[in-house]
Design a protein around this ligand. Structure first.
Ligand SMILES: [Zn+2]
Length: 187
Protein backbone atom coordinates (compact mmCIF):
# COMPACT_ATOMS: atom_id res chain seq x y z
CA UNK A 1 0.00 0.00 0.00
CA UNK A 2 2.98 2.28 0.42
CA UNK A 3 3.31 2.59 -3.36
CA UNK A 4 -0.17 4.04 -3.84
CA UNK A 5 0.28 6.44 -0.92
CA UNK A 6 3.59 7.54 -2.39
CA UNK A 7 1.97 8.13 -5.79
CA UNK A 8 -0.72 10.31 -4.18
CA UNK A 9 2.00 12.30 -2.40
CA UNK A 10 3.98 12.79 -5.64
CA UNK A 11 0.99 14.05 -7.60
CA UNK A 12 -0.09 16.28 -4.68
CA UNK A 13 3.25 18.06 -4.70
CA UNK A 14 3.14 18.32 -8.50
CA UNK A 15 -0.29 19.99 -8.44
CA UNK A 16 0.85 22.39 -5.74
CA UNK A 17 3.99 23.28 -7.67
CA UNK A 18 1.95 23.94 -10.82
CA UNK A 19 -0.09 26.49 -8.87
CA UNK A 20 -3.21 24.37 -9.22
CA UNK A 21 -3.81 23.81 -5.48
CA UNK A 22 -2.91 26.98 -3.58
CA UNK A 23 -2.76 27.09 0.21
CA UNK A 24 -4.47 24.09 1.78
CA UNK A 25 -6.96 23.70 -1.06
CA UNK A 26 -7.48 20.63 -3.19
CA UNK A 27 -7.78 16.92 -2.57
CA UNK A 28 -6.87 13.93 -4.71
CA UNK A 29 -7.18 10.18 -4.52
CA UNK A 30 -6.16 6.95 -6.16
CA UNK A 31 -8.11 3.68 -6.19
CA UNK A 32 -6.50 0.25 -6.22
CA UNK A 33 -9.01 -2.63 -6.03
CA UNK A 34 -11.12 -1.95 -2.92
CA UNK A 35 -8.73 0.53 -1.33
CA UNK A 36 -8.65 4.30 -1.86
CA UNK A 37 -5.62 6.40 -0.93
CA UNK A 38 -6.69 10.01 -0.37
CA UNK A 39 -5.05 13.21 0.81
CA UNK A 40 -5.66 14.11 4.48
CA UNK A 41 -7.80 17.00 5.64
CA UNK A 42 -6.33 20.41 6.42
CA UNK A 43 -2.82 19.79 5.05
CA UNK A 44 -1.37 21.68 2.07
CA UNK A 45 -0.72 19.41 -0.92
CA UNK A 46 2.78 20.94 -0.80
CA UNK A 47 3.51 19.12 2.47
CA UNK A 48 2.14 15.65 1.78
CA UNK A 49 4.41 12.64 1.93
CA UNK A 50 3.41 8.98 1.64
CA UNK A 51 2.89 8.55 5.36
CA UNK A 52 0.44 11.46 5.52
CA UNK A 53 -1.92 9.88 2.95
CA UNK A 54 -5.09 8.27 4.34
CA UNK A 55 -6.32 4.82 3.30
CA UNK A 56 -10.01 3.94 3.28
CA UNK A 57 -12.16 1.22 1.76
CA UNK A 58 -14.94 1.93 -0.74
CA UNK A 59 -17.46 2.21 2.12
CA UNK A 60 -15.33 4.94 3.70
CA UNK A 61 -13.97 2.97 6.65
CA UNK A 62 -10.58 4.34 7.63
CA UNK A 63 -7.78 1.80 7.27
CA UNK A 64 -4.94 4.13 8.28
CA UNK A 65 -5.32 4.86 11.96
CA UNK A 66 -4.89 8.46 13.03
CA UNK A 67 -5.10 10.04 9.56
CA UNK A 68 -8.31 11.97 8.87
CA UNK A 69 -9.18 11.88 5.15
CA UNK A 70 -10.18 14.95 3.13
CA UNK A 71 -13.60 16.45 3.89
CA UNK A 72 -14.51 15.61 0.26
CA UNK A 73 -14.06 11.86 0.89
CA UNK A 74 -17.70 11.11 -0.04
CA UNK A 75 -17.30 12.85 -3.39
CA UNK A 76 -14.29 10.67 -4.24
CA UNK A 77 -15.94 7.44 -3.07
CA UNK A 78 -19.18 8.08 -4.94
CA UNK A 79 -17.25 8.56 -8.17
CA UNK A 80 -15.34 5.29 -7.68
CA UNK A 81 -18.53 3.39 -6.89
CA UNK A 82 -20.21 4.84 -10.00
CA UNK A 83 -17.39 4.72 -12.53
CA UNK A 84 -15.74 1.38 -13.11
CA UNK A 85 -12.29 1.99 -14.59
CA UNK A 86 -11.70 5.33 -12.88
CA UNK A 87 -8.59 5.03 -10.72
CA UNK A 88 -7.79 8.66 -10.04
CA UNK A 89 -9.81 11.69 -8.88
CA UNK A 90 -8.52 15.27 -8.62
CA UNK A 91 -10.47 18.12 -7.04
CA UNK A 92 -8.84 21.55 -7.11
CA UNK A 93 -9.63 25.26 -6.81
CA UNK A 94 -7.16 26.35 -9.47
CA UNK A 95 -7.31 30.12 -10.10
CA UNK A 96 -8.66 30.45 -13.66
CA UNK A 97 -11.08 27.52 -13.71
CA UNK A 98 -12.37 28.60 -10.29
CA UNK A 99 -12.71 32.17 -11.58
CA UNK A 100 -15.02 30.85 -14.31
CA UNK A 101 -16.83 28.75 -11.69
CA UNK A 102 -17.37 31.75 -9.41
CA UNK A 103 -18.63 33.89 -12.29
CA UNK A 104 -20.94 31.04 -13.39
CA UNK A 105 -19.34 31.12 -16.85
CA UNK A 106 -18.79 27.92 -18.79
CA UNK A 107 -15.39 26.94 -20.18
CA UNK A 108 -15.36 26.24 -23.91
CA UNK A 109 -13.72 22.96 -24.79
CA UNK A 110 -10.54 23.31 -26.81
CA UNK A 111 -8.62 20.42 -28.39
CA UNK A 112 -7.15 18.03 -25.88
CA UNK A 113 -10.03 17.25 -23.54
CA UNK A 114 -10.13 13.71 -24.85
CA UNK A 115 -13.32 12.00 -23.83
CA UNK A 116 -15.24 15.15 -22.91
CA UNK A 117 -18.26 15.22 -25.27
CA UNK A 118 -19.91 18.61 -25.01
CA UNK A 119 -18.89 21.90 -26.59
CA UNK A 120 -18.62 23.44 -23.14
CA UNK A 121 -17.39 21.70 -20.03
CA UNK A 122 -20.35 20.68 -17.96
CA UNK A 123 -20.97 22.73 -14.83
CA UNK A 124 -23.00 21.57 -11.85
CA UNK A 125 -24.82 24.06 -9.64
CA UNK A 126 -23.61 25.16 -6.24
CA UNK A 127 -23.73 22.92 -3.18
CA UNK A 128 -21.66 23.39 -0.01
CA UNK A 129 -18.15 21.87 -0.07
CA UNK A 130 -17.97 18.51 1.71
CA UNK A 131 -21.74 17.95 1.49
CA UNK A 132 -23.50 14.77 0.44
CA UNK A 133 -25.54 16.72 -2.10
CA UNK A 134 -22.39 18.05 -3.77
CA UNK A 135 -21.03 14.48 -3.96
CA UNK A 136 -24.30 13.31 -5.57
CA UNK A 137 -24.31 16.13 -8.11
CA UNK A 138 -20.69 15.49 -9.06
CA UNK A 139 -21.29 11.76 -9.40
CA UNK A 140 -24.24 12.42 -11.73
CA UNK A 141 -22.31 15.05 -13.71
CA UNK A 142 -19.42 12.66 -14.28
CA UNK A 143 -21.53 9.83 -15.68
CA UNK A 144 -20.48 10.72 -19.22
CA UNK A 145 -17.69 13.25 -18.77
CA UNK A 146 -14.24 13.10 -17.21
CA UNK A 147 -14.07 16.74 -16.08
CA UNK A 148 -16.64 18.95 -14.43
CA UNK A 149 -16.82 22.53 -13.15
CA UNK A 150 -18.49 23.05 -9.77
CA UNK A 151 -20.28 26.40 -9.81
CA UNK A 152 -18.91 28.81 -7.21
CA UNK A 153 -16.27 26.31 -6.14
CA UNK A 154 -13.71 24.61 -8.44
CA UNK A 155 -13.29 21.57 -10.65
CA UNK A 156 -13.13 17.79 -10.57
CA UNK A 157 -11.29 15.59 -13.07
CA UNK A 158 -11.10 11.81 -13.21
CA UNK A 159 -9.06 9.33 -15.21
CA UNK A 160 -7.94 5.73 -15.60
CA UNK A 161 -4.94 6.69 -13.45
CA UNK A 162 -4.20 9.51 -11.02
CA UNK A 163 -1.64 10.91 -13.49
CA UNK A 164 -4.31 11.12 -16.21
CA UNK A 165 -6.77 12.81 -13.86
CA UNK A 166 -4.09 15.32 -12.81
CA UNK A 167 -3.14 16.08 -16.42
CA UNK A 168 -6.79 16.60 -17.32
CA UNK A 169 -7.27 18.99 -14.39
CA UNK A 170 -4.17 20.87 -15.51
CA UNK A 171 -5.51 21.05 -19.05
CA UNK A 172 -8.87 22.44 -17.86
CA UNK A 173 -7.06 25.11 -15.85
CA UNK A 174 -4.77 26.11 -18.72
CA UNK A 175 -7.72 26.18 -21.11
CA UNK A 176 -9.60 28.52 -18.77
CA UNK A 177 -6.50 30.71 -18.68
CA UNK A 178 -6.18 30.70 -22.48
CA UNK A 179 -9.84 31.64 -22.92
CA UNK A 180 -9.49 34.40 -20.34
CA UNK A 181 -6.46 35.87 -22.14
CA UNK A 182 -8.22 35.61 -25.47
CA UNK A 183 -11.25 37.49 -24.11
CA UNK A 184 -9.03 40.22 -22.65
CA UNK A 185 -7.26 40.69 -26.01
CA UNK A 186 -10.56 41.06 -27.83
CA UNK A 187 -11.57 44.05 -25.70
ZN1 LIG B 1 -13.30 22.21 -2.95
Amino acid sequence: MYQIRKKVAEISVYLYQQGLAPGKSGNISLRKDDVVAITPTNVSLRDIDGEAVALVNLEGEILSEGIVPSSELQLHLMIYREREGVEGVVHIHSPYATGFALAGKKIKILEGFGPVQEEYLEMVGYAPPGSEILAQMVKNGLKKEDALILEGHGLVAVGPSLEEAALLSEWVEKTAKTIFISKMLQK
